[in-house]
Design a protein around this ligand. Structure first.
Ligand code: ATP
Ligand code: MG
Length: 409
């Protein structure tokens, strides 16, 4: 397949020819057994990193400290990792040191969930000491070993459980879930960037609404009242997430559905450290949703013309995708090409197309520069687009004079 199965088999073969063991391991085995597409192949071996390096001259020493060498083979890159256990866990995060071991089982034992703790050789013989295959067929996320201990070792696993449940449309096994409830407060020790990345993977998954439900059931965000509110209060609407394609749109939907205030929306963006670009977009879109569609029932007529003129085509179209996802039974009303044709029909589309510039205005009107210029330009744009004001310097200046005179009254 496109991830380089044949090339990976060659790596396994070469390791075996040199007297080592080597297996496919983790996510690729899980996804292969499920018939899902495999996006990258990880290999584990009892060869030490030094041995791997000398067997495969074409390599990148990616994570030597953790026993990982990236081997290039036929244009593909594979992570080859020495069997290892992890040293002592400190502060509920994964340790920085590891110990190499000679037994595959010990390597599988350190992995988080049974479905992620399987290995397969190149003849497709499965090594499955924790019955991961059975959990695959029962559609269950189950911790390897004692669940509470495993979540205490690494609290990110709390979110990984929820994320895999969402991606695979699985349930979380009862004892694993009970341990999650018990260890949930530890999640606040995890770097927020890693929390955000897991949430993003969950939101992009096949069943984001399931992920949100598990998240609430385990009370993973009990440590953050705002995040807890976000997921608790948006519960009834998370099924709509599937209908959205971009992450900023999905976050916008959650924030809007949770009915958070403008300040709370800002605070969530800050807590999760979204990029400046994403935060701005999300805040703008939530704001627009409140303005154009304050009620879930009784969808409003939307004035696309004025939205387009105020915020431009890009945001208007994103807003439209959101409206379509929220009110999918209003397809005619919110058809994407409707916005497009309204946009195309506008005689002027941005203030840049006006026959006067901001500079023209303050020179001709003899007023000091200030925020009035932007406001007057938008007003001129609207008058030109709606009310047939001609887009000529004379007409625009005259209209601007009227506007300013009104302002001064
Ligand atoms: P995907 O790449 O599709 O998200 P994956 O199963 O490959 O899923 P990765 O995060 O790439 O997940 O990790 C690879 C493997 O490493 C996992 O299958 C699991 O066996 C192990 N692993 C990863 N993170 C952890 C963790 N926090 N605790 C224990 N084992 C882990
Ligand atoms: Mg992976």
């Amino acid at each position: 397949s496109y991830v380089g199965y044949d090339q990976a088999v060659r790596i396994l073969q070469k390791l075996e020819e040199n007297g080592y063991e080597a297996f496919f391991v983790g996510g690729c085995v899980r996804d292969w057994l499920l018939g899902r597409s495999v996006h990258d192949i990880d290999i584990c071996t009892n060869a030490h990193p030094g041995d791997v390096i000398s067997l495969f001259p074409d390599h990148v020493p990616t994570g030597l400290k953790h026993g990982t060498v990236s081997v290039k083979q036929g244009g593909f890159l594979f992570e080859v990792t020495t069997y290892r256990t992890e040293g002592k866990y400190e502060d509920y995060r994964r340790p920085s040191t590891v110990q190499f071991v000679s037994d595959l089982r010990l390597d599988l034992e350190r992995r988080d969930f049974t479905i992620n703790a399987m290995a397969m050789d190149r003849h497709q013989n499965l090594q499955d000491p924790f019955a991961g295959r059975e959990d695959l067929s029962r559609k269950l996320i189950r911790a390897v070993g004692n669940p509470a201990e495993r979540f205490q070792e690494d609290a990110l696993r709390l979110l990984r459980a929820v994320r895999f449940a969402a991606q695979l449309d699985f349930s979380i096994e009862t004892r694993t879930m009970a341990a999650m409830k018990q260890t949930a407060p530890l999640l606040d020790r995890i770097a927020v960037e890693r929390v955000r990345e897991e949430l993003n993977k969950m939101l992009k998954s096949q069943s984001p609404e399931k992920g949100c439900e598990w998240l609430c059931e385990a009370k993973l965000f009990a440590y953050s009242p705002l995040l807890e509110q976000l997921f608790e209060q948006s519960k009834k609407h998370t099924w709509r997430l599937r209908h959205l394609s971009s992450l900023p749109q999905k976050w916008t939907l959650l924030l809007f559905a949770a009915r958070l205030s403008t300040d709370a929306v800002k605070a969530v963006c800050e807590i999760l450290r979204f990029s400046k670009r994403d935060s701005e977009r999300i805040e703008l879109l939530v704001d627009w949703l409140y303005r154009v569609q304050p009620q879930w029932d009784a969808p409003h007529e939307v004035e696309w013309k004025s939205i387009l003129l105020e915020t431009g085509k890009e945001i208007a179209q994103e807003l439209n995708s959101l409206l379509l996802a929220c009110w999918w039974n209003q397809k005619e009303r919110f058809a994407q090409d409707a916005v497009h044709s309204v946009y195309e029909a506008l005689p002027v589309k941005t203030t840049k197309e006006l026959a006067v510039t901001g500079r023209d205005l303050y020179v001709v009107l003899g007023k000091k520069q200030g925020e009035w210029i932007g406001r007057v330009l938008v007003s001129l744009l609207k008058q030109t687009a709606y009310d047939g004001l001609p887009n000529t310097p004379e007409a625009l200046i005259a209209a601007a004079k009227k506007e300013v005179a009104l302002d001064e009254d």
